[in-house]
Write a protein that binds this ligand. Structure first.
Ligand code: ADP
Length: 540
């Protein structure tokens, strides 16, 4: 017997309709590529997303065709999020930090039909235009006057002229909720990038999931700043959850340096922000020496790579800001887990609470997790036993775009991460499987060794990697960028490890470098660090 409830599809167009109807005058603030601050509202975003839908109809862009964006976090990008997906096309967010060859490969693989770009990416567009034959419409996210100042790109239409002739009213199509809505490629650190193709259903369910109180806890009282780019896994789903709840949204554009982010946080009374650790480090580097304070910021989600415990304590103790450590990946829309305490932990000491809060946290309803050992056996949730982390759920991919083979093993997706899970469901990522250091048959967590290094006041950034060793297979070495004002020696840093890990886990060496290579999403590129160290030999 079936239930007797309405079979109403979960659609992205419903999110923007809801925001228009219930939060019409709630503001959307953007720092534009043009550098000024632009103010609009959910009602305006809804109207203009409908004009986009008309413009796509007029250009005869079929349902399911890909509309790519090469854009920062801003109101026009937000309008495209709803106008493209809401009207049945697929929004393909491109990562502008990729190499042009890789970007061209992705555009051709996705067969993008339209490409909308911020003017700061005009030089990239000029390089790729002739190499992307599937793209029929190049839309510059600006007005005609601004476009006229950039002669390097040809045959482009200014966005404002493209949408202007069209009505602000539009009847959204009643799509099947499993219709594809957006596409995001993994950064492809191994082999070609792979596309995760999200659906309306997965996106709306993910938005419900992340808005929950023990997750991002969104409220219409919040002013939310996603520093995480809208080209990186849909800014962790925040634009959709923002429309669902009716938050004030603050979009930072290209200015991600500490000073600009701080200014926006204070001016727009931001209560909640989200970003990767490298961006928050820039913010801390700006505010700490100047003795600045956050007047309104209450909580911030940090994820995408491991958030060092020292960063969590710095935000809490020096600024009264709660850090929510989150874990996710492109294939998970992206959120898998987030760390918040349970009622019983409220009586714990601060140190005990902190020991928990540094983990990647509890899974949220919508993602199931298990850890699996070398022989395929499910590992116990005892907080000690490591295993390969597997997930499943309605916002986890089944297979990659244009790949006929399943990405699953017995219904589970292998994340490529190694983790422990404790009896209460708190998960700790110890490594990516390819970064685990195996020494004398034992695993050493590179993340743990990196976290200790960056807790030293003389260390700005640290990456730990395994180096081949004739007896132990591999031994850890730590590659370090020093803080300029600090005279740090190798011995001092190695001594710093002594009371923090077992003796055999202490790195064999410290290698000082000027900078650590970062990938397109701000993560340390360990493959490149290994290449830098091909001629390196461990000390005897
Ligand atoms: P890519 O796989 O292309 O780097 P993703 O953004 O999808 O892009 O990266 C997902 C990976 O990032 C995860 O599998 C995990 O290794 C890492 N990651 C994400 N969040 C965290 C976190 N909080 N702690 C440690 N690693 C993390």
């Amino acid at each position: 017997m079936f239930g007797l409830m309405q079979k109403h599809s979960l659609l992205i167009s419903d999110l923007i309709e809801f925001a228009q109807l219930n939060h019409a005058d709630t503001e959307i603030i953007s720092r534009r590529v043009e550098k000024d601050i632009h103010r609009t509202t959910w009602a305006q975003v809804a109207h203009r997303s409908k004009q986009i839908a008309h413009a796509l109809d007029a250009a005869a862009v079929a349902t399911g065709e890909r509309v790519a964006t090469l854009a920062w976090n801003g109101y026009r990008h937000l309008e495209l999020y709803f106008g493209v997906s809401g009207s049945g096309r697929v929004l393909h967010t491109l990562n502008p930090r990729l190499h042009v060859d890789q970007m061209t490969w992705i555009i051709n693989h996705a067969e993008d039909h339209v490409l909308c770009f911020d003017m700061s990416f005009a030089p990239i567009v000029a390089q790729i235009q002739s190499r992307c034959p599937t793209v029929k419409h190049w839309i510059a996210l600006c007005d005609a006057q601004t476009l006229a100042q950039s002669p390097e790109v040809s045959e482009c239409v200014p966005y404002e002229s493209w949408i202007a002739p069209h009505s602000e009213e539009y009847i959204w199509p009643e799509l099947d909720e499993n219709t594809a809505s957006s596409l995001c490629y993994t950064s492809g650190t191994t082999g070609h990038p792979k596309g995760a193709l999200y659906s309306h259903r997965s996106t709306v369910l993910h938005a419900f999931g992340i808005a929950l109180p023990d997750v991002m806890n969104f409220s219409a009282k919040d002013s939310v700043l996603p520093v995480v780019p809208m080209f990186h896994v849909n800014a962790w789903g925040i634009p959709y959850a923002a429309a669902m709840v009716g938050v004030k949204l603050v979009l930072p554009g290209p200015a991600l340096d500490g000073e600009s982010v701080y200014e926006l946080i204070e001016q727009e009374k931001v209560t909640f922000a989200a970003g990767v650790p490298t961006v928050w480090q820039m913010l801390l580097n700006h505010v700490t020496p100047k003795g600045l304070r956050f007047k309104h910021l209450k909580r911030t989600v940090i994820g995408g790579s491991a958030c060092p415990p020292s960063m969590i304590s710095a935000f809490k103790n020096n600024f009264g800001v709660e850090v929510l450590h989150a874990w996710g990946m492109t294939e998970l829309s992206p959120l898998g887990s987030l760390c918040t305490l349970k009622n019983k932990h409220l009586n714990w000491s601060e140190d005990e609470q902190m020991a928990l809060l540094v983990k990647q946290g509890r899974t949220i309803f919508g993602v199931e997790m298990k850890i699996v050992g070398d022989q395929g056996q499910t590992q116990p949730h005892d907080g000690k036993t490591f295993g390969d982390l597997y997930v499943k759920g309605p916002w986890v991919i089944e297979r990659y775009f244009k790949d006929p083979h399943t990405a699953l093993k017995d219904g589970w997706f292998a994340t490529g991460d190694v983790a422990t899970i404790d009896a209460e469901g708190f998960m700790l990522i110890t490594d990516r499987s390819k970064d685990v250091i195996k020494s004398g048959g034992e695993w050493i967590s590179s993340i743990e060794l990196e976290n200790i290094a960056v807790a030293h006041p003389g260390v700005a950034m640290a990456a730990c990697i395994g180096m081949p060793h004739p007896k132990w297979d591999e031994r850890p070495v730590v590659v370090v960028v020093k803080r300029p004002e600090f005279d740090l020696s190798k011995e001092a840093l190695l001594n710093f490890y002594h009371d923090k890990v077992a003796k055999w886990q202490i790195p064999d060496d410290v290698i000082f470098v000027d900078s650590i290579p970062l990938g397109a999403t701000g993560k340390m590129l360990k493959t490149r660090i290994r290449e830098m160290l091909v001629d390196y030999r461990l000390p005897d």
